[in-house]
Design a protein around this ligand. Structure first.
Ligand code: GDP
Length: 283
């Protein structure tokens, strides 16, 4: 592949580590790889820089679990100089590997294994695209992906919420990381429209919140598993004590959540324009 970068001495792979990044997360089969490939074809090139290099410093060892990053150009005009470059970082969707994506948001110091202090907090992440398969999201759908998707989303939003508290100093808060929920596969007739995807996810996140507060349900991997620092209410997502969970409760932590529908494949679908626009506005 002509765009593959081989060695660490390659200057462009080290320069890509200073690029703004968008994390791409979501459960398996949501369509992340398909999206990455499509974006790459349109506007990018693949780099060998691992996401951990790009965002959090020293890389971890497990190659098969290493996220893929693609350097993309967000064309502002036809003028080459005005191209904006950014990285799109694909993270594993498998439940056991989810800590990888949460680590980008709340990285550990490789030396001490403790959370990085606020002055070393990563600030290159400009947003998270969380992709779901809208065609299997209905609770009534056979093999519904709702519970899996919502569990992952809960942990992700909670990590962002913790980031906000951990890296805030007085009235100074860390740069915001907005979340785009990309409701994919809208070309399929079983797909829920974005408004319903939002509703179902909010309801399921609310259920998870109640279960976790009662200690009934636990997720696979969470960021506080590693640090052991835990306080009461730490697992509660959004407005504390509220009845229903709504995405707008995340605004209290400066986290904007938006749900936009689209499709990566299938000519009949709405395509990826809405997501691309969201990404380009944030890098
Ligand atoms: P990942 O596990 O999130 O990386 O998901 P993949 O990118 O591997 O996609 C899983 C499957 O969903 C593949 O068979 C894709 O072709 C399919 N897929 C992805 N996006 C769409 C879409 O917009 N519409 C339809 N119908 N299928 C899609």
């Amino acid at each position: 592949h002509q765009y593959l970068h081989g060695s660490d001495s390659d200057s462009s792979s080290s320069s890509s580590s200073s690029l703004p990044s968008i994390l791409l997360a979501g459960p398996s089969s949501a369509g992340k790889t398909a999206l990455l490939t499509l974006f790459e074809k349109r506007a990018g090139r693949r780099t060998t820089t691992t996401a951990t290099d790009a965002i959090a410093g020293p890389s971890q060892t497990h190659t098969s679990q290493t996220p893929v990053s693609v350097e993309l150009n967000a064309a502002q005009s036809s003028d080459e100089d005005k191209l904006k470059k950014f990285l799109l970082v694909d993270t594993p969707g498998h439940p056991k590997l989810r800590s990888t994506s949460l680590r980008h948001i709340l990285p550990l110091d490789p030396k001490t294994g403790k959370p990085l202090p606020p002055n070393k907090a990563p600030n290159k992440i400009k947003g998270v695209v969380f992709m779901v398969d809208a065609s299997t999201l209905a609770p009534s759908s056979p093999d519904s992906s709702l519970s899996q998707a919502a569990t992952y989303l809960y942990d992700l939003l909670l990590a962002l919420q913790h980031r906000y508290s951990r890296y805030s100093k007085g009235s100074k808060h860390p740069p915001t990381i907005p979340v785009l929920i990309a409701a994919n596969k809208l070309d399929l007739f079983t797909a829920l429209p974005a408004t319903l995807v939002k509703k179902e996810l909010e309801a399921e996140l609310g259920r998870i919140r109640v279960s976790r507060s009662k200690g009934l349900l636990d997720s696979g991997v969470r960021e506080d598993d590693v640090t052991g620092e835990k306080e009461e209410g730490d697992d509660w997502l959004g407005e504390y004590g509220s009845d229903r969970f709504e995405f707008k409760q995340m605004l209290e932590f400066d986290i904007e959540v938006e749900v936009v529908g689209g499709s990566v494949v299938g000519g009949e679908g709405p395509g990826v324009e809405g997501w691309w626009k969201w990404v380009v506005q944030r890098v």
